[in-house]
Design a protein around this ligand. Structure first.
Ligand code: HEM
Length: 297
């Protein structure tokens, strides 16, 4: 059995930090993997943190040509949608996602991670995420209703045993900033038409508008993914960190194309109220694959 990074599935943590790094010019990519894979969290089981790490697909493939599904690539080009809508490409070399019970432990751990890799990589993006009213996005809607349950999450996220990159996952990390005034100027009924679900209890509308978010990302059309989205930001500037895992890049990429209007000529209504400001794919290797870079003590 190939073991995944368990933090992918460690739901229920309210404090998060996403650190994206660029390899320094001339620095050794294998040394960066060793440095990240060797991170140790000194916290206890109560005040500790979950660590999930991923790498630019091209970087990981250079180190482990058979350790990643064929064809997985970085977010190297922006996605040009219809009506001038664009999703930017902001690919970096590595990501470390830290999650914990409170922001102080996450903050201290992030500080240590940044210092540990400093000789090899520079911090390119840092985003602090926090859960809002248990499971709501800052649009006020419940986010994650159609996520696969705990028995099915692994199948929705992980490359199957026997395939290149087994136990790993393709992560799409995409930061969206909400247009707060425009969103809040809508009635709840209009907001529900945008999402395709009711606001208080996340019941799918029947019929749902064909440009609603749930219609444009329907997993029956594109395949299952496992989402760990988190709110981020302040009252005046906030949004969603989309954190989506899949065994196949195609599922996530097709969803983005669909949201941008490139699948059936209909743009996701949600993209009129929130804007992607980053976008990167990372391959999140199994712990067994990472272990090869850090011999067991
Ligand atoms: C600002 C950005 C986003 C927000 C606020 C958001 C919010 C939501 C909400 C409220 C739902 C309905 C409840 C649920 O099933 O979780 C949903 C569903 C979903 N979203 Fe998003 N989402 C965002 C971006 C994305 C992106 C970028 C993708 C894909 C790349 C995506 C994929 C999905 C999928 C697969 C579903 C479930 C669809 C189904 O099978 O019913 N979302 N999202």
């Amino acid at each position: 059995m190939t073991r995944p990074q368990s933090g992918i599935f460690a739901v229920g943590t309210p404090s998060h930090t996403y650190l994206e790094f660029d390899l320094r010019p001339g620095a050794d990519a294998a040394a960066l993997v060793t440095s990240i894979a060797g991170l140790r969290d000194p916290g206890s089981t109560v005040a500790g943190i979950d660590i999930v790490s991923g790498f630019r697909p091209e970087l990981w493939r250079r180190l482990r040509p058979d350790g990643i599904p064929p064809g997985v690539v970085g977010f190297n080009e922006p996605i040009e949608g219809i009506e001038g809508f664009t999703m930017p490409a902001t690919q970096h070399d590595a990501v470390v996602w830290l999650a914990g019970a409170s922001y102080d432990v996450v903050f201290d751990a992030a500080h240590r991670v940044i210092a540990t890799v400093a000789a090899l990589a520079t911090l390119a993006d840092e985003t602090a995420g926090w859960s809002y009213r248990a499971d709501r996005d800052l649009t006020g809607f419940i986010d994650g209703s159609e996520n696969p349950g705990w028995l099915d999450a692994a199948d929705a996220a992980l490359v199957a045993d026997g395939s290149p990159g087994a136990g790993g996952s393709v992560l799409l990390l995409q930061k969206w900033t909400h247009d707060v005034d425009r969103w809040e100027s809508l009635s709840v009924t209009s907001q529900e038409k945008v999402m395709g679900r009711t606001k208080p209890d996340s019941v799918e509308l029947d019929p749902r508008p064909s440009d609603s978010h749930v219609a444009r990302t329907d997993q029956d059309d594109f395949g299952d993914v496992f989402r760990r989205n988190m709110p981020f930001g302040t009252v005046s500037r906030h949004g969603t960190m989309f954190v989506g895992f899949s065994p196949e890049q195609r599922r996530l990429a097709r969803m983005l194309d669909s949201m941008a209007g490139r699948v059936n000529g209909q743009r996701d209504a949600l993209t009129r109220f929130t804007t992607p400001v980053t976008g990167a794919y990372y391959f999140v290797p199994s712990v067994d694959a990472l272990r090869e870079f850090v011999p067991a003590p």
